[in-house]
Write a protein that binds this ligand. Structure first.
Ligand code: ADP
Length: 639
């Protein structure tokens, strides 16, 4: 697993995470601040979306409101225009009337004045105007429809009025003004009487515009009519009347003081502030003092220098905009949260995939390692098998070599015995020769009794020789794969028989304490080989000693049979003890000892689950004890 990326740490896509340069981990404070930052960013985006939604929707609603306002303005302008046009004919009408002509010609004639006054009064009533009057060429009122009223204009000098001057210049005069006598505002229309280039007088009609104003009342919006000086002459809110829409210059104010156009009204500046100009360039958003913003739209009144202004409430548009802002904010928040949720989901899926990939990588790494180890193991196994086979072969070779060695050792023992055996055989042979020669003589003499006796002796000698060669042959043969057990006493007897010549030569006191029928787990031939070695060594050790003694003593201990071969020779030296079982250790002269007897004997006993040990007897001489497992089976005593 080492070297695998941690599936729960997302560093795969991080360019900063490099094996040599680990990416700096964000501090705990930064990690803690992340949700707050995300929340702030969300709030900022939602606010931005809300603001954009508000702005867009507000502008759209204002544009729609402006369209409606333009229509309304057009309608009001048309109504106003047709209303004013309605009276256009009245001044002109006076030029045609004889009574007015007479008046101009005879201004001092009381009758002419009285008839003109009556006519004007009747006309005023019919036309529905406020006042109709006639001025002479110097601006003095000659006749007037209101001649009967105490505040009548009759005899007044109105030459300062601009409408008089315009008419005297041969033009039609249009003038809005406030009456000097009753401070009654109205629209004055004037026309020259007589020749245009040199009028005899001026006809004037004053119209009250209040009925129009009354029609504007009650509307949700404010309607203003400003004259050429920017002074409000009509307003749906009467308090706005005679206020200036734009700042009035000192010259203009001086002029108004001269012609009394507004009869000394203070003409305050209407505190309308521009908020901003709308997209179409003509409509504006304005605010009155700190009040709500209003949509201001203007339209020129055809045929005049007057401006009609419509001020409409924008609260409806603001409500719509606020709703849109809220909707945009909510929608944005929803989309952002949806995005965040999708992102979290994407990250979780990504992490899961990374974890799965890491797991798969770990798995395949594990499988690779297992395969590698299995490969190693099977290679080791094959090597071990090869080694085992080699060992088995070596063991077989060794066993062969060992068998060869044992056989060699045995043959060496046979060699050692050969002199004695030759002597053993020579004796009966010599006896045979002598007895057979004598027997021939006794036969010739006819002494059959002696012949029979001799032949009996000969048979005995031959049998004895046969036993010797038989025993030798049996000893020298290679052990077969037969029964791996032997009778201990029998084996001792056979060994003693083989060593008979040497025993006779040494003449030891032979002690033999072996209970018959002890079966031990060892090939009989091999056991005999061991015993020939041990007894032979003992004979060598006691040879030439006074009162030589060799004892053979067997006892059973547990499941093992012990046989001790003791002699009263010189015993074992320190040097001999340390090398006793090493091959080729011998203290005997060349040709007498090979130094293999004890080595091979110990090997044979070990191989059969037994052992061989040596010690010096306290009374002197060496003791060799062989130990072999007992076989709990009676072996038939063989002769
Ligand atoms: P070999 O008899 O051919 O020398 P062995 O292996 O049988 O070979 O004996 C090795 C040596 O052990 C002998 O040469 C002798 O020195 C010593 N040895 C064996 N048996 C006796 C004994 N009974 N007493 C004293 N020395 C012994």
């Amino acid at each position: 697993m080492t070297g695998q990326p941690d599936p729960f740490r997302d560093s795969a896509g991080d360019p900063a995470s490099h094996p040599g340069h680990p990416a700096p981990r964000p501090t705990a404070a930064l990690r803690g601040a992340a949700p707050l930052l995300a929340l702030l960013a969300l709030a900022a985006l939602v606010s931005l979306a809300g603001w954009l939604g508000y702005r867009f929707s507000y502008d759209t609603a204002l544009a729609r409101q402006a369209e409606r306002g333009q229509v309304q303005l057009r309608l009001y302008a048309q109504a106003l225009e047709s209303e004013l046009a309605h009276y256009d004919y009245v001044p002109g009408l006076l030029t045609l009337d004889e009574r007015i002509g007479t008046l101009l010609r005879q201004p001092g004639d009381a009758d002419a004045v009285a008839r003109a006054n009556d006519y004007l009064s009747a006309l005023n009533t019919r036309a529905g105007t406020r006042v109709v009057y006639v001025l002479d060429a110097r601006g003095k009122v000659l006749a007037t429809s209101n001649w009967q009223r105490p505040d009548s204009y009759l005899g007044e000098d109105l030459s300062f009025r601009p409408y008089f001057r315009a008419a005297m210049e041969g033009q039609l005069g249009r003038f809005y003004g406030v009456g000097t006598t009753r401070s009654e505002s109205g629209y004055y229309l004037s026309a020259p009487l007589g020749a245009r280039d040199n009028p005899d007088g001026v006809a004037v009609v004053k119209i009250g515009l209040e009925p129009l104003e009354n029609r504007w009342q009650g509307a949700d919006s404010q309607m203003l009519l400003a004259d050429e000086n920017g002074v409000v002459i009509l307003a749906s809110d009467p308090s706005w009347k005679l206020a200036a829409l734009r700042p009035l210059s000192p010259e203009a104010r001086a002029r108004f003081a001269g012609n009394l156009q507004y009869n000394r009204a203070p003409l305050p500046q209407l505190p309308l502030q521009d908020v901003r100009v709308l997209g179409n360039g003509s409509d504006r958003l304005v605010r009155l003092r700190q009040g709500p913003s209003m949509l201001a739209q203007q339209s020129a009144l055809p045929g005049t220098d007057w401006q009609l202004t419509l001020l409409s409430n924008t609260s409806g548009a603001r409500v719509v905009a606020l709703n849109s802002a809220a909707l945009a904010g909510v929608l944005t928040a929803f989309v952002l949260l949806l995005g965040a949720a999708w992102n979290v989901r994407r990250r979780i899926i990504g992490e899961r995939l990374a974890a799965r990939a890491a797991l798969e990588a770990a798995n395949s790494e594990l499988e690779r390692k297992v395969a590698e180890r299995t490969g190693d193991l099977s290679a080791t196994n094959q090597r071990l098998q090869a080694e085992v086979a080699e060992r088995i072969r070596t063991e077989a070779v060794l066993r062969q070599a060992q068998d060869g060695l044992l056989q060699a050792g045995k043959l060496a023992a046979v060699g050692q015995m050969s002199t004695g055996i030759a002597h053993e055989l020579n004796q009966p042979l010599a006896a045979l020769r002598t007895i057979s020669g004598n027997t021939v003589k006794f036969l010739e003499r006819g002494d059959y009794e002696t012949v029979r006796a001799n032949l009996g002796t000969i048979i005995g000698l031959v049998e004895r020789m046969g036993r010797i060669t038989g025993a030798l042959k049996s000893f020298a043969r290679k052990p077969g794969n037969g029964l791996r057990q032997a009778d201990l006493a029998q084996a001792v007897d056979n060994a003693l028989f083989l060593l008979n010549t040497r025993i006779e030569a040494v003449q030891p006191r032979l002690q033999r304490e072996i209970e018959p029928g002890l079966a031990v787990a060892c090939d009989a031939n091999r056991l005999e080989q061991v015993l020939v070695n041990l007894i032979g060594n003992a004979l060598d050790a006691v040879a030439g000693r006074a009162q030589p003694m060799v004892s053979l003593h067997a006892h059973v201990s547990g499941s093992m049979a012990h046989l001790t071969v003791r002699d009263n020779g010189a015993g074992l030296s320190e040097d001999a003890f340390s090398q006793l079982f090493e091959p080729f250790f011998t203290t005997k002269p060349a040709g007498e000892g090979l130094g293999l007897g004890l080595t091979l004997s110990a090997g044979i006993l070990n191989e059969n689950g037994g052992s061989l040990s040596a010690s010096n007897h306290p009374d002197g001489g060496a003791c060799f004890t062989l130990v072999l497992p007992l076989v709990r089976q009676e072996i038939p005593h063989a002769g």
